[in-house]
Design a protein around this ligand. Sequence first.
Ligand code: 13P
Length: 247
Amino acid sequence: MGLRNRWVIGNWKMNGSLAGNAALLGAVAAAPSSVGKLGVCVPFPFLGQAQSALAGGAAVWGGQDVSEHASGAYTGQVSAAMLVEFGASLVLVGHSERRQYNAETSDLVARKASAALNAGVTPVICVGETLAEREDGHAEAVVGQQLSACREVLLRAQGAAILAYEPVWAIGTGKTATPAEAQAMHAFIRATLRVLGAEAEATSILYGGSVKAGNARELFSQADIDGGLIGGASLVAADFLAIAAAL
Ligand code: 13P
């Protein structure tokens, strides 16, 4: 169809257990091939399990964060090369929960995206404004600044990076951006990519924030929404696969 890949990616956040993941990964592995691509971003300790369950199938897997460094004395960090050793092809960078709880700046997010790209891992660069920023009329300025900080890596990626627009006020709140609100921001993001000189038409831009089976189809049918980044609903196989079927 279009120039862009269409994705549904699950972000498990800090959830799961070896025993509990088995059925979920089994269901993802058995998902019927849809029009789009399916991925799961799991906690680091479960990368090997995801690799065993999904290798050879259509779904891909990855981490939820990556170090900006290649190796060295960085206790607790995980390098992009280590992700590659577990077959990971995706990694989230700059999720709002990391920006908020781990004080990650947009410049650090850009360096992490760069480290991922250097190792051949697709960075899923997350951007989005808080409720206060939206209410103050600053949503586009905030997202624009987050994108500008990643200019260099976006240019280098030549469409191989994925962007995820996740308004912070819609994450885990049950409050989804309306399809029109989300589309408006996605169009702004694509326009900003154009201004930055990045491959705007080839870059997949996913929406995240309380996506459910019931609202996925309308969101995904918007011109500039190329799929979704799914939190809570990605933990329930039937819900996650129903969302994927809406691509
Ligand atoms: P929810 O789908 O639980 O709102 O989470 C969205 C998200 O943060 C995905 O990265």
